[in-house]
Design a protein around this ligand. Sequence first.
Ligand SMILES: [Fe+2]
Length: 338
Amino acid sequence: MTRNQNLPVYTGDIAEQHIDPAREYTAESQEIAFSGEQHAIWADLFAGIHQPYLLEHICREFIHGLELLQLDSQRIPTVAHLNQRIQPRSGWRIERTAVRYTLADDWYAKFAQRVFLITDYLRTRDQMEFTPEPDMFHDIFGHLPYLTLDFYARIEDKFAPAYMNASAEEKEVIKRLAWYSTEFGLVMEDNRFKVFGAGTISGRSELTNTIMEFYRLGRDNVIDYKANVFEQLQEHFSIRKADIHRIIDGVNELHRGGQMSSQNQGWNVVHALYDKLGIRREGYLGGEVILAPFDVDTIAGIPKTVYAFNPMFFVCESFEQMDALLDSYLKPIALRVD
Ligand SMILES: [Fe+2]
């Protein structure tokens, strides 16, 4: 058997589930016992990300929030500890759920009450570098440091009121906006690209691949890091926008055909797509991913690639800009009276 055959294959069958109150944890049963092996997996995941060569590429808000959250590097935290660190700071509350991948309707109903769900599922040893499922390491390590901070609570607060008021089509766009901001977004800080999204932070493969793209853009003379980086990104994007939209159309087609259903396939089929479209993988488009300025119309067109690596990441010039761009789409929907 080759190594590839031993890798888990994600076939897209991780179904989103409704929250079933009969199966859920109650206020009294929030704390659960974890095995020694689960604590050991937590410790290894924590150590894998908590490395200076990775942390320096993550935005400073995350680092600050991580200090405030005071996670134990060796043990999975209790819900009581998380709430003690989070609730007085942002007003959000943490609740454990038995659902592994919550349906967006149920997820946002909790968001509307400022409740952030954490699943009781922890990835297994064969998924240390990548898991398509949001497990408790993703939920806790990726998201919760931010929930100690007002600005993040403010960003998360935008989604539920819009989602509850949205048409089916708008809901799809809202999910994509959340995906490409709070899950996989990037932000400029000190004229450098920084990782912001919880999905990127909690998965070592996608995190390192993203950071490698920062370096590649410099190495291949696409971005001059001594000049204004975001302006250069905007310029590259506007010059290649037509090609990028062809790539996005192609990604949609692959996605619909179920061809982006594993971490291996994800990027390999995207490489093949470039060839098919006759787009040379060089210069700005020469990496494993495309970095683009955060743009609502572009994001509305690209699917959430839940089971594979993302082919594209979106960069905000600042958190103020992220605020404003999210508001531009979400606020009119939230305020709409039918
Ligand atoms: Fe998440």
